[in-house]
Design a protein around this ligand. Sequence first.
Ligand code: FAD
Length: 395
Amino acid sequence: MAQESISKTVGILGGGPAGCMCAKILSDNNIDVSLIDKSDFLRTILQTGGGRCNLAHSEYDFKNLAKNYPRGEKFLYSVFSRFATKETVEFFKSIGIDTFTREKDNRIFPVCESSAQVQKSFLKSLKCKLIKDKIIQITHDKKFVLKGESGNYSFDYLVIAIGGHSDFNLIQNLGLNIETPVQSLVGLITKEDFSTLSGVSLKNITAKVDKKVYTGDLLFTHKGVSGPLIYTISSVYARKTLPYNISLKLMPETDLQKILNDNPHKEIKNIISQFIPKSLAEYILNELKTDSMLKAHQINSVIRDNITEKLQNFKITVNGKVADGEVVTCGGVDLKEINSKNMQSKQINGLAFCGEVLDIDGFCGGFNLQNCWSTGYVAAMGIVEELNHSSDFPA
Ligand SMILES: Cc1cc2nc3c(=O)[nH]c(=O)nc-3n(C[C@H](O)[C@H](O)[C@H](O)COP(=O)(O)OP(=O)(O)OC[C@H]3O[C@@H](n4cnc5c(N)ncnc54)[C@H](O)[C@@H]3O)c2cc1C
């Protein structure tokens, strides 16, 4: 219900997707909001989806949606029950951004396929004060006081939405616990040298880590491996101690001896290349110190078994990460300290968090922006509901 501006003030630190969503909902409810960022507002959306902004994922069941978050799944149940995919699509429509679902992977994009256009429309719809400043200290007594490089600001409520790549000391100094940040959704550096395979991709292959099976596309890089399958693995195992192994199944269970018998004069590299790219076939034969020109009838049972083992169980040793993907942060504000009904700290009244600054991160596919829209909305509505309630019962 529209009402007179409520006299309490809200500051939002961080004008990324989460902070902007929070600011939009608060200002639409006539609350006095100031949005503070050290850089251009919604700048971080420009790089999303390769400049096309994959803003959500076409999963309309909130519990299934939450399964896509290695950190935060249970916490997000109550958040997504209030604001998830349907509400996101409706929200963007309301600010003039129609969306569509890309059929091959269920990712939702704006019809304009332009992050810059989303930024423009979103900012045009915002009615709050925008302050450009870098905040270097936050203190809290009766009010939240933010010390910036260009000035000081004080608010009754504070929402922190500084993302996952920022200075967590600002929050730790308020007494909140931070789960140590590590990178997720990244390429992996391998012990094996795959530089000769750089650029070679494998479609829809199966990988095993600790007996758990994952399927997707993989890309060999100068430093190791990347691509959607690897981003998923880097996310699930973001905190796994290095080094660890990934086992790839490069071809389905096949009777290699029968294929050799059926093609006695065919070179072994051409036989294996029926299943995998030729350069990878040559790499494997080189690893096995087997002449790639050998004819099928020259392959003895030892070589055959070694080749079969490599194709069924191609081992990769992960010993590092390389920031080449969507790069989100696993870690952030400890969810045990946050009330999922309003995103507020359980310790400090009036202090809320939203977006990637929380210890929530999802897979590739629109899930990380969804976290921003949803937690931004719930953080805003928590304040709206509190202020509406207190205005019913004036002190
Ligand atoms: C290359 C790339 C592509 C991506 N593509 C997608 C995609 O297609 N779909 C998807 O769902 N996710 C994608 N992501 C992830 C998504 O962009 C992030 O999860 C999201 O931007 C997080 O939003 P946020 O508002 O929580 O934080 P941020 O976007 O990081 O915004 C935080 C803001 O706070 C400001 N700030 C920080 N500290 C201070 C300070 N001390 N004082 C003042 N201001 C401060 C920063 O300047 C920044 O503007 C991608 C990420 C990357 C890196």
